[in-house]
Design a protein around this ligand. Structure first.
Ligand code: TUI
Length: 313
């Protein structure tokens, strides 16, 4: 997209980042998004470091377009992955679930564009001061680890608080969401949940079907009381979590129940015991498509913008 600050900064065609979904966003999905003109992201989550390097190298084979790597800061491997992205000459790093302050200097000295995900104005300001090139403002409509504010409330407040470009995330699932994000002052969007239904997304068929058949109210946030709030699709596991939370159970009990639950969902399609992370917009997503089809639909904005223009005159 000509004249788009974010596209220019990264060297991509469409101002869209694919959300970093742990155990899901692998080299196949990231390369498919990048080949379609967006910015694909390899999510490193809690991945072992050898696998991280392998996935990065696979993505380099699959695309010659820019792609990025996400570092989940709660991971015990975060420090090592932070060094690997430098060694592998990755161009863009996004971060989640914490403050990447201590790595900023190293990344900047390797000419990496650093784009932290934030859920508050305070962290956005801190990240700008520390040298972030852009900020992803993620509302609590998102799947996975979430903050408190909605996208609608968070994005314009972050836009007003920083001078770097702001990317909106959370609850964006089609071109209407894209238009709304731009109206809030974002220059780009990050999309996770819709890419769960991408043909190139290698999740278990049960996971994909759970997203495709989800209704508007089918996600819940578990773990608010333990300090690890995570939005997932309801199932037997979320009901067990809710019972533990009501009973103020010890954090070890949560850990026991949650251990391996994401891989149970992604790899085994275990409908009862898996943690099926997805955003509130899952209810809108009803068909499997290629990444190229998804991105082209989301930026087919001309008719929509004309209609908005007419409606407000
Ligand atoms: O990171 C995410 N979403 C995620 S990470 C993830 S893996 C995981 N699995 C199990 C339990 C926990 C995580 C699944 N989904 N989104 C980005 C995001 N970051 N949203 C909110 C934040 C955030 C929250 C607090 C960023 C910083 C922060 O505090 C930083 C500080 O030190 O002030």
């Amino acid at each position: 997209m000509k004249n788009n600050k974010f596209c220019e900064m990264i060297g991509i065609e469409y101002p869209i980042i694919q959300g970093a979904m742990a155990w899901i966003a692998d080299s196949t999905l990231a390369a498919a998004v990048s080949n379609a003109g967006g910015l694909g992201i390899i999510a490193t989550g809690n991945m072992p470091v050898d696998l991280v390097r392998e996935e990065i190298r696979k993505a380099k084979e699959l695309t010659d377009k820019p792609f990025g790597v996400n570092i989940m800061l709660l991971s015990p491997n975060a420090e090592e992955v932070a060094r690997i992205v430098c060694e592998e000459k990755i161009k863009v790093v996004t971060t989640g679930a914490g403050s990447p302050g201590k790595y900023m200097e190293m990344w900047k000295s390797h000419n990496i564009k650093v784009i932290p995900v934030v859920a508050s104005v305070a962290l956005a300001k801190r990240m700008e001061k520390a040298g972030a090139d852009a900020i992803i403002a993620e509302g609590c409509e998102s799947g996975g680890h979430v903050g408190e504010l909605t996208t609608m409330a968070l994005v314009p407040q972050v836009v007003d608080a920083v001078n770097v470009p702001v990317i909106a995330a959370g609850g964006i699932g089609d071109k209407r969401g894209v238009a709304a994000a731009f109206m809030l002052g974002a220059v780009a969007i990050q999309v996770g949940t819709r890419f769960l239904a991408a043909r190139e997304c290698n999740i278990h068929e049960n996971y994909k079907q759970k997203v495709l058949t989800a209704k508007d109210i089918d996600t819940v946030v578990t773990g608010r009381s333990t300090g690890h709030p995570v939005r997932v699709l309801r199932n037997k596991l979320t009901r067990k979590f809710q019972i533990l939370e009501k009973g103020n159970a010890a954090s070890e009990e949560f850990d026991k129940l949650g251990k391996g639950a994401l891989t149970k969902a992604v790899k085994e399609g275990d409908l009862d015991n898996g943690s099926f992370m997805a955003g509130q917009i899952a209810g809108l997503i009803s068909k499997e498509e290629t990444c190229k089809e998804i991105i082209e639909e989301m930026f087919d904005l001309v008719n929509l913008l004309e209609k908005i223009n007419k409606d407000i005159r």
